[in-house]
Design a protein around this ligand. Structure first.
Ligand code: NAP
Length: 303
């Protein structure tokens, strides 16, 4: 056991997956939880991944040693305001939000003296959401990034790191702004591009009837999977990681124009060199153990 009592604020994909993993590995003495809607709380009770499900966040955090904020980034300020006065001195508050700078701004003002706030982000997810979508293996061999601000208690950080490692994750620490830039490249902008491509295909469908669906090939199918991700979560990601996303989108547009020009002018050498370079990046990801070389590219995963 690493923490005596863990409180989950929000009971969706990430929180329920963490609860299943904590249960599997005996990492928490007991697990309390709460969600915004009565419906989600009822489902959580029915599945039973928490020991106690409370109607309010204030009740859920009472006596907790680790509090995990697992709500959309845009809701972090409100839940922190609510739990602030009820936190136990010496407890650790962490979050799983996909953006770090904005979450630190939203949460920090509500943290009382003597409570350790250590922002975090597990780089693991699926396009599914809600309390029924969680599974214990979600974080295995995936990275969790902690972005503690200067002066954070080192023992509290080491304990949270040990907790994530016990769940199966690799853990790294990073400066919050750097995290937001890296994630804009590796996750946020790719999602926006997938949303856009599916939108374009949807427009086209009106012209070509159902051909876009019927002949949907691997590339487009993978885009539709990404573009099925939770709209609330992704709206909040873009609104709260505005600067980094716009910076990367600017660079993306420049590269896209260069490729567009190469196609227009018949510059095959440019295209070939570009694609040779990007192929090497894919090899690097496989060698780093972050994906497999399987030809089904994710479609073998049932969840
Ligand atoms: P989810 O499955 O949609 O669950 C979100 C939970 O937050 C639900 O229990 C929901 O309650 C609650 N909630 C929503 N809006 C709220 C509000 N305004 N006030 C209070 N509670 C609210 O989401 P998730 O995928 O677990 O994501 C949770 C966090 O993890 C987000 O910050 C996201 O950025 C981050 N994250 C997600 C992924 C991913 O791929 N999904 C990966 C890494 C990190 P109800 O069910 O009652 O509405």
């Amino acid at each position: 056991m690493i923490y005596q009592r863990v409180a989950l604020i929000g009971l969706g994909l990430i929180a329920s997956s963490m609860a299943h993993a904590m249960r599997r590995d005996g990492l928490a003495g007991s697990i309390a939880g709460t969600a915004r809607s009565a419906e989600t709380r009822e489902i959580a009770r029915e599945i039973g991944f928490c020991d106690d499900v409370f109607d309010t966040a204030a009740e859920a955090v009472a006596d907790a040693d680790l509090i995990i904020l697992a709500v959309p980034v845009g809701a972090m300020a409100d839940v922190s305001r609510e739990i602030g006065p009820h936190l136990k001195p010496g407890s650790t508050v962490t979050d799983v939000g996909s953006v770090k700078g904005a979450v630190i701004q939203a949460v920090s003002p509500h943290m009382p003296h003597g409570v350790h706030f250590i922002p975090g982000h597990p780089l693991a997810g699926t396009e599914h959401s809600g309390p029924r979508s969680g599974f214990a293996e979600l974080f295995e061999r995936r990275w969790t990034i902690l972005t503690p601000v200067e002066g954070t208690d080192e023992e509290a950080v080491a304990k949270l790191r040990a907790f994530w490692e016990a769940i199966g994750a690799h853990v790294d620490t990073m400066d919050p702004d750097h995290h937001d830039l890296v994630l804009a490249v590796t996750s946020h902008c790719p999602h926006l591009i997938a949303y856009t491509m599916v939108g374009v295909a949807d427009d086209l469908r009106r012209v070509t009837d159902s051909e876009v669906i019927k002949y949907s090939a691997a590339g487009f199918r993978d885009f539709t999977r990404i573009a099925a991700s939770d709209p609330t979560m992704w709206r909040d990601v873009f609104l709260s990681n505005k600067e980094a996303t716009l910076e990367i989108l600017g660079r993306f547009t420049e590269e896209l124009f260069a490729l567009q020009r190469a196609i227009r002018t018949g510059d095959g050498e440019h295209l070939f060199d570009y694609f040779t370079h990007t192929r090497a990046i894919r090899r690097g990801i496989i060698e780093a153990g972050q994906d497999t070389d399987a030809p089904d590219f994710g479609r073998g995963v049932k969840r």
